[in-house]
Design a protein around this ligand. Structure first.
Ligand SMILES: NC(=O)c1ccc[n+]([C@@H]2O[C@H](COP(=O)([O-])OP(=O)(O)OC[C@H]3O[C@@H](n4cnc5c(N)ncnc54)[C@H](OP(=O)(O)O)[C@@H]3O)[C@@H](O)[C@H]2O)c1
Length: 240
């Protein structure tokens, strides 16, 4: 059997204009694949494509809107693997349950969960019959935090969506990457000393590099016998 490779394949990264998604785009390009990125800001997509260079292209897509997602995939054409890293940060459903606003709470899942499902729906006609999809959640799924039970619930929904789709749409493969604290643009306004303090007690005592997490997505694309799984990349946070 030849060693699995992404050379000559086409990978779509929804959320590829920054952070973990951008690192996934860089990693698959380094593997010899072509990459198409999408996110809601046309300016961010254009800047990211230019930073990624040869082999990269992209278009704006808003995963909150099904028509936008459909148009994105019609433009992207046939492809082999999908990484979904899109996440918004302005509508997190946090706070005391007794004060819960259900409209706001539902909006907290619109990009990460429903956006992922809208994406799969419209990606499928173009996704290789032996292709893969990798979703993203986070360690709050397994290590709940005070005041944020919904983050755990929505993360579990993503992981179990992957498991359900792995059966429903086999032999296409569906997996989830579960990152710990990863030093992306999201932490730009956090003082470095605070980030260092937050991660000092981890077995790997630092915030993760997006490039390290990106290797998990690359493995799940190339590892043709892995489906329905969660790959945790957290510097050992689950152990403490
Ligand atoms: N960084 C961490 O420490 C960490 C830890 C655990 C889990 N995670 C998870 O990993 C994922 C990526 O995080 P990150 O740190 O890479 O964040 P990020 O740098 O903010 O990247 C998020 C991406 O999603 C895109 N996006 C947001 N809303 C969108 C929409 N409506 N339609 C399409 N694209 C949209 C953003 O681009 P536009 O602004 O152009 O839309 C951006 O490209 C998130 O789900 C996050 O919860 C991150």
């Amino acid at each position: 059997m030849p060693i699995p490779s992404l050379r000559g394949q086409k990978v779509v990264v929804i959320g590829g204009s920054s952070g973990i998604g951008f690192a996934v785009a860089e990693a698959v390009l380094a593997e010899g694949a072509e990459v198409v990125i999408g996110s809601s800001s046309a300016a961010k997509v254009e800047a990211a494509v230019s930073r990624l260079g040869k082999g990269a292209s992209g278009t704006a897509v808003n995963v909150r809107e099904e028509v936008s997602v459909q148009a994105f995939f019609e433009g992207a054409g046939p492809f082999d693997h999908l990484a979904y890293t899109a996440g918004d940060w302005d509508r997190a459903a946090t706070g005391p349950v007794v004060e819960l606003d259900f409209t706001a709470a539902a909006a907290g899942a619109d990009v990460r969960f429903w956006g992922a499902l809208r994406t799969v729906k419209h990606a499928l006609p173009h996704l290789s019959a032996r292709g893969s999809v990798t979703f993203t959640d986070g360690v709050r799924t397994h290590k709940p935090g005070k005041g944020m039970p919904l983050a755990s619930a929505f993360g579990a929904a993503i992981e179990h969506l992957a498991k359900g789709l792995a059966i429903d749409l086999a032999p296409r493969r569906f997996n989830t990457v579960c990152p710990g604290v990863i030093h992306t643009e999201v932490w730009a306004n956090t003082p470095p000393e605070r980030l260092a303090k937050m991660t000092a007690s981890l077995p790997v005592p630092q915030a993760g590099d997006p490039a390290d997490v990106a290797q998990a997505y690359v493995y799940l694309m190339k590892g043709g016998y892995t489906t329905g799984q969660v790959l945790i990349v957290d510097g050992g946070l689950m152990l403490i």
